[in-house]
Design a binder for this molecule. Structure first.
Ligand code: ADP
Ligand code: MG
Length: 263
């Protein structure tokens, strides 16, 4: 499938049987400024169906802005972003639908504090996906089981550990039946002993074939779960490589410098 372009990532990684992948997220020529800061500079990246892309890069390089642009939490000035063949709408009903297709898990858990864990997971499916309360509840219980917090279903977020809350946040996103999941440093706010329980859920999702874009500093996760690593610096995609290539033979000086500091 196509000639691999080293920096733009226009070619997606093959699937686990070596086959071609259909594109799921296509980012083309995206630019954005914050005042004088050119925070996204002509970003091109295609993520295939079922592909796991880990985005690495120094703080301030534009990783969060890119994630937020993918579900229109940030506007873009030029370029296009499409999900499963559909261009991102600007606003309205279509945007709500699109956001439901793109799950996002942030560093802070963002659960509704005055709602129980089960209610946190059923709310979106009832409101946006128009599911019945009973149907949403059955699904929520299955998802809470899957992420290992079923015993906490009737509790409130503050009664759970950070790791448990983040697993609930993942379950809540999954309840919408997303086509792609974005994770922006999902374990950065957690106590170290809780990091793995969240990463394990993410590795499970990856194995089940979820399309995932993951911003993380967890290099173990990148090595284990990523099909490709995207390295960003100063608003640009500097390097796109397999984890093997990236960690053993980074090509750019910026990537070498970054790896030298963190490994
Ligand atoms: P990363 O996630 O890689 O650390 P971000 O995407 O959060 O980087 O930020 C990239 C740059 O854009 C940083 O210099 C940051 O200060 C700046 N920035 C982010 N959000 C805003 C905003 N809403 N207004 C102005 N500058 C911003
Ligand atoms: Mg960030």
């Amino acid at each position: 499938p196509g000639q691999a372009d080293r920096t733009t990532g226009e070619t997606v990684a093959p699937d686990r049987t070596g086959g071609a992948r259909e594109p799921m997220v296509v980012i083309e020529g995206v630019n954005k400024h914050f005042g004088d800061l050119h925070v996204l500079q002509d970003i091109n990246l295609t993520v295939g169906k079922g592909e796991v892309v880990v985005v690495l890069g120094p703080s301030g390089s534009g990783k969060s802005t890119l994630c937020r642009a993918i579900n229109r939490l940030e506007t873009i000035e030029s370029g296009t972003i499409s999900i499963d063949g559909k261009a991102l709408p600007e606003e309205g009903k279509a945007l709500a639908q699109l956001r439901a297709d793109v799950g996002m898990v942030f560093q802070s858990f963002n659960l509704f504090s005055h709602k129980t864990i089960r209610e946190n997971v059923t709310l979106g499916p009832i409101k946006v996906r128009k599911k019945s309360k009973a149907e949403a509840s059955t699904q929520a219980d299955a998802l809470l089981e899957r992420v290992g917090v079923s015993a906490q279903a009737d509790k409130y977020p503050a009664q759970l550990s950070g790791g448990q809350q983040q697993r609930v946040a993942i379950a809540r996103s999954l309840a919408m039946g997303p086509k792609v999941m974005l994770f922006d440093e999902p374990t950065s706010a957690l106590d170290p002993e809780m990091v793995n329980e969240v990463l394990d859920v993410m590795v499970g999702l990856a194995k089940e074939g979820m399309t995932m874009i993951v911003v993380t500093h967890e290099m173990g996760f990148a090595r284990k779960a990523a099909d490709r690593v995207v390295f960003m610096a100063d608003g640009q995609v500097v390097e796109v490589a397999t984890p093997e290539e990236f960690f053993t033979a980074p090509k750019s000086a910026r990537a070498k410098d970054f790896l030298g500091k963190i490994l």
